[in-house]
Design a protein around this ligand. Structure first.
Ligand code: AIR
Length: 441
């Protein structure tokens, strides 16, 4: 039996477990805690309990496995390099990950490849390279603290990026952590002061029409498959909803496909990769970020596409042929169950109510603690291929007077009226799911 090691044991690893079973693979996972989500799906003896960036633990994991893959970016490539030299097979390869783990390096990579991306630069606060504190911090001659001087006089040192801007931690940012939309020098100062050791990147704020995403996979022999383009909606920089609706304008589809092929081929990537895009009012597609792993923008593929992103990842890294990526339904929506309070509740009543909705699957990650914005689970609802089957209409009509009304703007990027109707049905379903989850109805 082929054994696959996964570095990381969160929800993404957890959702790989059923796919591993389908493919007859054995899963091993390196994760800090027995109670991490993957612990619900694999035997404790298949868990190496250690921090994600502990390369000694990865060596132990690798000894058990034929191939090692990833479910997050929090690894230390320098530490892993000797393992790769000693013939541990990492997929994606470490050299494919190298340009992607640091958001500044990602942007440079896009630029070199001619892939459109927002203007960006390093945040130059006059510090020594690689450090975030300015050279003069604590200097006895200085009457102002660094933060004060920054707040009063800070200006970007080049003209590339100005306020409003996106401020991003170069590494370890995810699910809204480490990303801020900053409008003033005072806001910037407050953030930098609270996180003095973080290296930052700043980017032009793009007034996008919509955010799009795509999942794609590349096999060991270089085959590439691209899943249908989805629309994503974020709240406080955390993904909240993902819509899979057919009928995107052909020009958009082509730009997305071209970017995806360029990137996967250039990186000699093996595995699944997620790309997030901004769609501008004039129909241009800019790459926002790339995740070299399965991604929240692909959770719907479990219920709405022939091959889930999790099965695809395992197929790619074990040298199996990629599975078909086309939809099995007319349209789908994925809604994240984002924590809205500090608690240790299991939210059983809400989960039961969500599970009773038609054409709906609930995924609960089993996290013991809930924090605001934390991804506790997700729900996927589909509209079946027979779109006249309106068994979800009771949901739609329940909510017709709420958020739906605020989301009826024209949607010119959609090729047909039918697509727009499907999207509106999904918006109604998503609204109902959110009302049940956080009691906002
Ligand atoms: N993850 C990794 N990068 C981005 C995300 N969302 C997933 C992985 C990781 C988990 O989120 O599955 O293990 C961590 O979630 P949390 O809630 O513990 O921070």
């Amino acid at each position: 039996m082929v054994k696959v090691g996964v570095i990381g044991g969160g929800q993404l690893a957890w959702m790989m477990a059923p796919a591993a079973q389908t493919l007859g693979l054995e899963l091993w996972v390196q994760t800090p805690d027995l109670s991490d989500p993957v612990g619900m799906a694999i035997f404790p003896q298949n868990m190496i309990l250690a921090p994600i960036n502990d390369a000694d633990a990865t060596a132990i994991l690798a000894k058990q496995c034929d191939v090692v893959t990833f479910e997050n970016e929090f690894v230390d490539l320098h530490q892993l390099a000797p393992l790769a030299q000693a013939d541990v097979q990492f997929y994606p390869r470490l050299r494919s990950l190298q340009p992607l783990l640091d958001k500044y390096h990602q942007r440079q990579c896009f630029q070199q490849l001619g892939i459109p991306t927002p203007a960006f630069e390093l945040l130059d606060t006059g510090r020594d390279a690689g450090k975030n504190m300015p050279a003069k911090v604590g200097s006895p001659n200085s009457t102002q603290s660094w933060a004060e001087s920054l707040g009063q006089s800070w200006e970007p040192r080049t003209t590339v990026v100005s306020f409003p801007m996106a401020l991003k931690a170069r590494r370890h940012g995810y699910d809204g952590k480490g990303t801020y939309i900053v409008k003033t020098a005072a806001e910037l100062t407050a953030i930098l002061t609270s996180q003095p050791d973080t290296p930052w990147l700043i980017e032009e704020f793009v007034p996008f029409e919509r955010e799009l995403a795509v999942m794609a996979a590349r096999s060991v022999n270089g085959d590439i498959l691209v899943y249908p383009v989805v629309e994503t909606q974020q709240e406080h920089q955390v993904c909240r909803r993902v819509f899979m609706v057919p009928g995107w304008d052909q020009g958009i589809q082509q730009q997305v496909e071209a970017i995806t092929h360029t990137l996967l081929t250039h990186l000699d990537f093996v595995g699944v990769l997620g790309i997030e895009f901004f769609l501008t009012a004039d129909g241009r597609v800019l790459v926002n970020e790339v995740a070299p792993r399965t991604h929240n923008s692909g959770h719907h593929t479990i219920d709405a596409c022939v091959t889930s992103q999790f099965e695809q990842q395992l197929r790619a890294v074990t040298g199996l042929p990629l599975g078909p990526v086309h939809p099995t339904c007319a349209a789908a929506v994925m809604v994240n169950l984002l924590g809205y309070e500090e608690s240790e509740h299991s939210y059983q009543a809400q989960r039961d109510q969500l599970a009773a909705l038609p054409q709906t699957q609930v995924y609960w990650y089993g996290k013991s603690v809930c924090h605001p914005g934390r991804k506790m689970g997700h729900v996927t609802a589909i509209i079946p291929n027979n779109i006249n089957d309106t068994s979800d209409t009771n949901v739609a009509s329940d909510t017709s007077d709420t958020n739906v009304a605020s989301d009826t703007n024209d949607h010119p990027e959609m090729a047909s009226e039918e697509s727009e109707i499907l999207r509106q049905r999904l918006v109604a379903i998503a609204t109902r799911i959110e009302q049940i989850w956080d009691g906002s109805g």
